[in-house]
Design a protein around this ligand. Structure first.
Ligand SMILES: *[C@@H]1O[C@H](CO)[C@@H](O)[C@H](O)[C@H]1NC(C)=O
Ligand SMILES: *[C@@H]1O[C@H](CO)[C@@H](O)[C@H](O)[C@H]1NC(C)=O
Ligand SMILES: *[C@@H]1O[C@H](CO)[C@@H](O)[C@H](O)[C@H]1NC(C)=O
Length: 276
């Protein structure tokens, strides 16, 4: 799994779209992020504080990463239908620019990585393949998110994304009850629901933005008013689907669990290791 695709939770995707506050968590001490739900016994949100984890009876994740179905569904929801290729679906200009941009990223990646990352055994080739491998088979919206995540700043803050998985294994080892509050489909469908012209627009803008970073001062993109409207529509779609609706859905499920088991202590590990 780790060598294959990097699953991007919607929160993380918001980071890539620059509409969420992300830097905070990525660079901070994991232990400083723990929320306690004040009830008796208390329940905890987030974090790696081992004691809190140990003392909880039930551990809930966003998704059940120990279920092989979850992993395969996550992978396949990002892919184009069987037999289709990005080259077949993207406008020729976009495809060509995408390909050139990824070649550039691959070339630059070794110089973007920090000594600390190398010390942890994270290599540029591995990272590039983990993020961008199989890109020609991905749906345009996922490629757009991927391109957003392939910047120098983002690469520098990448760790080995194992926290969710580590906690899941620990929970299993300690024979805790585990569960998940979301289904892959719930995380996947909103993204795949953006219509084709909106996705092409967003991908084009993403590429323009990255291209302008590649050649500083070359073109400072300002959108004409009609395109600003499109950009805003896409932005509010993402906010609505990926943040508000999802927060509400997950919040309701957390509340229901707490009410259903008033005597149990829960540990909720949502988006752990991703962003705040
Ligand atoms: C996509 O959505 C936009 C905005 O809602 C709409 O104007 C456009 O006609 C849609 N395009 C397609 C191909 O459905
Ligand atoms: C990409 O965006 C630019 C600037 O907004 C526009 O001129 C160009 O036609 C777009 N390309 C495609 C393929 O949509
Ligand atoms: C690009 O535009 C932004 C916003 O108008 C401005 O703050 C920035 O300085 C410009 N960058 C360059 C390189 O001209």
């Amino acid at each position: 799994f780790l060598g294959g695709s990097w699953y991007l939770s919607p929160l993380r995707q918001m980071c890539y779209l620059n509409v969420g506050a992300c830097d905070l968590f990525l660079q901070s001490d994991l232990n400083s992020f723990l929320w306690t739900i004040k009830r008796d016994p208390p329940s905890y949100f987030y974090g790696t504080i081992h004691q809190a984890f140990q003392e909880s009876n039930i551990v809930y994740f966003e998704l059940d990463l120990t279920d092989p179905y979850t992993i395969s569904a996550l992978t396949s929801c990002q892919l184009l239908p069987q037999g289709e290729n990005l080259q077949d679906v993207l406008p020729r200009d976009i495809y060509r620019r995408l390909k050139r941009h990824l070649e550039y990223v691959k070339l630059m990646m070794p110089s973007w990585m920090t000594p600390d990352q190398r010390g942890k055994g994270l290599y540029a080739d591995y990272l590039f393949n983990a993020i961008a491998g199989n890109w020609e088979r991905k749906r345009p919206v996922w490629v757009m998110l991927m391109v957003n995540s392939l910047t120098e700043a983002d690469i520098k803050t990448r760790g080995v994304p194992v926290l969710d998985l580590y906690l899941a294994q620990e929970a299993e080892r300690m024979r805790k009850r585990t569960g998940a509050v979301e289904k892959v489909e719930e995380q996947c469908h909103p993204l795949n629901g953006l219509n084709f012209s909106q996705v092409i627009f967003a991908l084009n803008q993403t590429l323009l933005q990255q291209e302008s970073l590649r050649v500083p001062n070359f073109n400072n993109v300002t959108l004409p008013p009609s395109e600003q409207v499109t950009a805003q529509e896409i932005d509010s779609y993402f906010r609505q689907e990926l943040i508000y609706k999802r927060n509400e859905r997950m919040g309701k499920r957390v509340k229901a669990l707490l009410e259903e088991h008033p005597d149990k202590s829960f540990f909720f590990a949502f988006g752990a290791g991703q962003c705040s």
